[in-house]
Design a protein around this ligand. Structure first.
Ligand code: G4P
Length: 526
């Protein structure tokens, strides 16, 4: 099994996350350039979901369609096999991003030096924290005017609730930006604002080396020494174990657009980022080097062409070797399935693969057999824990407007929910179906897809709702009493769990005060 172990240890599977516009796409592209996976700048850009198209979701879906190819970007870098999992930039698809984070072993967060920590970053970090995902932060756009790097570090620590440790340090910023000192490797990288040229590197054996003064001038060299002294005084020495445990985030500075600081980030990343880690199944911890194959579906990508209602199910390999045409068991249904044309994603190309290893993502063409969260194994009955559903932010009643097509509507809703497009709740009081989403866009997407893929028509009826929370209690009587008293606010989710639908913050607070024995959860996993 040495082969399996080697394959595992050289894999790095991660996602880049950021608030829109911080530079995720640009950074991804530059990483692909280093890996030789693409040869020209701009190749990834065209797949980006443009924020200008917010009202034009068809355009967004089209771009999402194209983006199947960039959903996973695999490439070799030195001895390493790197898999970057793309996450949609548009915040209405945040749920997609949460799920993608279940399939990665680490994360790189991009922050704009002028804007600091923004809302989307904060939210995504919460998901990382829940899973103790190791995080590296790249502070981007140093070629522009921005905030003082020490202020940025303070903000990262306070807003993202994680200890930080700079591993590179900028010399000035904006028009005066001269480069970064690489604390991790003790070298000085000088900035030349040129997108195609590699940076000039000066190896430094001692921070007092006159080479620094020669390179950046005496005043900036003195400031750099002062800053570094402060850093050494304030921040504990970098400890890889703290990073791997999700307690400390190393921070790099640079400019993705100018390919500056990106290679430093990548070189450090491959060294310290974790290889595929053990994954918790309900029954046991599954180690990547367990010889038998296991994996789970974390994303289902629908084809927008109504004539071919086909999907691609994205499977993360958790253990063993995945083989084409081998008999695998879908645990939820007990069915044995063989995958004749699984695809892998290398260098932006999709091609059929014969085998894949832990950390890899395999795309499986599907016609509606899979659900988000499905476990597939070589036979063992294990269940990987899915990502919790988060309390949606928008809610609408869904109503059938074509009574002749109620079956189609039913089926369409079921399948779209299996795909993870939105969450379905059934109101216990009036039996009506409620769809909860994280953004307005999903309602349009659902309505369109129901019509074009299932021939069903629906309309939305607004409802005032603040939050849906999953409730539980150790005291069955207290739970029964709560459900009785609040029966007009009770619903069930797709798994039949009790959900309290609070129509205002006030109602929720009152309920929390009045019913101390009830626990209210804002994610479905507790
Ligand atoms: P995103 O995926 O996180 O949404 O961000 P993206 O990479 O698309 O970057 C957002 C904008 O920021 C882009 O400009 C991009 O060129 C710019 N950018 C990225 N990195 C840097 C950097 O290091 N320095 C500077 N100055 N700008 C950077 P845009 O005008 O929106 O797009 P484009 O027309 O340039 O493609």
């Amino acid at each position: 099994m040495a082969n399996l172990e080697e394959e595992i240890s050289r894999r790095r599977t991660f996602a880049i996350i950021s608030h829109p516009d911080a530079g995720k796409t640009t950074l991804t592209e530059k990483l692909l350039l280093f890996g030789g996976a693409i040869h020209i700048a701009g190749a990834v850009k065209s797949n980006k979901i443009k924020k200008t198209a917010t009202s034009d979701w068809m355009e967004i879906e089209k771009q999402r369609g194209i983006s199947v190819a960039t959903s996973v970007m695999g490439f070799n870098y030195g001895d390493y096999k790197i898999n970057i999992l793309d996450t949609p930039g548009h915040q209405d698809f945040a749920e997609d991003t949460y799920r993608t984070l279940t399939a990665v072993d680490s994360v790189i967060i991009v922050v704009d030096v002028a804007k600091g920590v923004e809302q989307q970053t904060r939210k995504l970090m919460e998901v990382c924290r829940m899973r103790n995902t190791p995080v590296i932060i790249f502070v981007n756009k140093l070629d522009r005017e921005g905030r003082d790097p020490f202020d940025i570090l303070d903000e990262l620590e306070a807003e993202l609730k994680i200890a930080v440790r700079p591993l590179s340090w900028p010399i000035n910023i904006g028009a005066k930006f001269k480069g970064v000192y690489n604390i991790f490797e003790h070298s000085l990288d000088l900035f030349t604002p040129d997108k195609q040229k590699a940076t000039e590197r000066v190896e430094i054996d001692d921070i007092n080396s006159p080479l620094i003064d020669e390179a950046v001038g005496e005043a900036d060299a003195a400031k750099l020494r002062e800053d570094l002294e402060l850093i050494e005084g304030v921040y504990p020495e970098f400890n890889v174990d703290d990073y791997l445990a999700g307690r400390t985030a190393p921070v790099f500075f640079g400019s993705a657009l100018n390919t500056f600081g990106v290679k430093e980030l990548l070189d450090c990343f491959v060294q310290i980022a974790p290889a595929p880690r053990p994954v918790q199944a309900e029954e046991r911890m599954v180690n990547p080097d367990d010889p038998a194959f296991s994996g789970f579906v974390f994303k289902i990508h629908a084809n927008m062409d109504p004539n071919h209602r086909s999907c691609i199910a994205f499977v993360k390999v958790c253990s063993g070797k995945f083989e084409r045409n081998a008999p695998y068991k879908q645990i939820r249904t007990g069915k044995t399935l063989r995958f004749a044309s699984p695809t892998a994603f290398m260098a932006q190309k999709k091609s059929i693969v014969d085998e894949a290893f832990p950390g890899d993502i395999v795309g499986i063409p599907d016609t509606g057999n899979f659900k988000i969260g499905d476990t597939i194994t070589a036979g063992e009955e294990i269940h990987f824990r899915g990502l919790p559903s988060f309390s949606p932010e928008m809610f609408m009643y869904i109503e059938n407007t074509d009574p002749m097509k109620s079956k189609q509507l039913e089926k369409g809703i079921q399948q779209l929910m299996d795909e993870g497009v939105a969450q379905l709740f059934i109101h216990q009081f009036n039996g009506r179906k409620i769809i909860g989403t994280v953004g307005q866009l999903q309602f349009e997407v659902i309505q369109y897809r129901l019509l074009h893929e299932y021939g069903a028509q629906c309309r939305w009826e607004p409802m005032s709702m603040y939050k849906a929370c999953w409730i539980e209690s150790d005291d069955p009587d207290a739970l029964a009493n709560f459900k009785k008293r609040k029966h007009q606010f009770m619903a069930t989710d797709r798994e039949g769990r009790d959900v309290f639908m609070a129509d205002s913050r006030f109602v929720l607070q009152m309920a929390q005060n009045d019913f101390p024995k009830i626990r209210f959860h804002f994610t479905s996993e507790f």
